[in-house]
Design a protein around this ligand. Structure first.
Ligand SMILES: O=C(O)CCC(=O)C(=O)O
Ligand SMILES: [Fe+2]
Length: 358
């Protein structure tokens, strides 16, 4: 999740390689033509046209008519709140440092998303893909998956809080709905990239899909050195974000201006991540964003980061290379995600040591 700030020049140089300049630190209200709202319930031709525009020019959009029941969202928010209210010692029983692939609890200050800024002002719970959480898998498929479950550095079992058991049940229900939506979006993205509709399907059968519930604390100061989550681009192909009711998300637009992306009832925010930006040779753009919660209220959000199966080699797609050719070298999805997560969470020494073994 890390993005490097190039000192003095105020550029963002993310791991994806694309530079983003900040020309204005003031944050302004955008109207929805800047961050489009797209209904999934419209004829396919116009839907693909809307998606093409949003993915190629903004990298951020809202979707409505997405099919995920509000009840499942509310259940997950309830389960997460119970978990976050537990005493520190109970939450730390599943601290992410005990997990080889960053699952579990991150406390406030554990993560420094934006280099050069203070650590992020949030606590969070993270889980990853397991076939038993996937509603399309049969019992036999789950058994088969479990045999090879730890094949990739990023794959393996989740950890759940013993003292807040409702969280696990609520995650399973919500994540199931989101995986179905993700597989629907993957087909639409294939079409928007001028590929056959089923082009990506096999690569999202056991997707590297990390879910997270974030709890942001209100902050008094508008000092941009302290952020709920520092400026970054997401790592995976795309993110399905439920951002609750508290406005705090900001997006860096193509002109280098920070604009607000307030919550809209009944929608998710979808944003393109660096894996799909690389895969599409920057035909789809990944967009820098951050959270600054000046509302005086606590804020909860639920991003699910949808990536491909971890053994997928990501190299620019044939429909996207054009005359200039591929901009990016091939990378293995699991290794890429691991390095990015490790970079903002481990010490420099630990990071160097760990990546030697990948
Ligand atoms: O909380 C939000 O609205 C955004 C969270 C986010 O950007 C992230 O976790 O990558
Ligand atoms: Fe993000």
């Amino acid at each position: 999740m890390s993005t490097t700030v190039v000192e003095n020049k105020k550029d963002f140089l993310s791991f994806s390689g694309r530079k983003r300049e900040v020309v204005d630190e003031e944050v302004r209200k955008a109207d929805f033509s800047e961050i489009p709202v797209i209904s999934l319930n419209q004829d396919k031709e116009s839907l693909i046209k809307d998606l093409k525009y949003a993915c190629k020019t903004v990298g951020f959009f809202y979707i409505k008519d997405h099919g995920v029941p509000q009840e499942s969202i509310d259940k997950l928010l309830g389960g997460a709140k119970t978990f976050f209210e537990l005493p520190k010692e109970d939450k730390n029983e599943i601290h992410f440092s005990k997990s080889k692939h960053f699952r579990g609890y991150e406390s406030c200050g554990d993560n420094n998303t934006e280099e050069g800024k203070r650590p992020d002002l949030n606590e969070q719970f993270n889980w990853g893909y397991e076939a038993k959480l996937d509603p399309i898998k049969t019992t036999e498929e789950v058994e088969e998956y479990e045999k090879n479950a730890e094949k990739d550095v990023m794959a393996g079992p989740n950890v759940w809080p013993a003292k807040a058991p409702a969280l696990q049940t609520a995650v399973a229900e919500y994540y199931g709905h989101v995986l179905i939506l993700a597989r629907r979006l993957v087909k639409l993205f294939a079409l928007a990239l001028d590929l056959p509709e089923t082009y990506f399907d096999n690569l999202f059968q056991t997707p590297g899909a990390i879910g997270r519930v974030l709890h942001y604390f209100p902050q008094a100061s508008n000092d941009k050195n302290i952020l709920g989550i520092g400026a970054h681009t997401d790592i995976e192909c795309f993110t399905i974000l439920y951002q609750g009711k508290v406005p705090a998300l900001q997006v860096l637009n193509n002109r280098g201006e920070w604009i607000q992306a307030p919550p809209i009832d009944g929608t998710f925010v979808i944003n393109i991540g660096d894996m799909l930006a690389r895969w599409s040779n920057d035909v789809f753009i990944s967009t820098v964003h951050r959270v600054l919660n000046l509302t005086g209220n606590e804020r909860y959000s639920i991003p699910v980061f949808i990536g491909t199966q971890y053994d997928t080699m990501i190299e620019p797609l044939y429909t996207c290379v054009g005359e200039e050719g591929p901009k990016y070298k091939p990378i293995r999805a699991g290794e890429y995600v691991y390095k990015r997560l490790a970079f903002s969470r481990l010490s420099k020494e630990e990071y160097e040591e760990k990546i030697k073994t990948l």
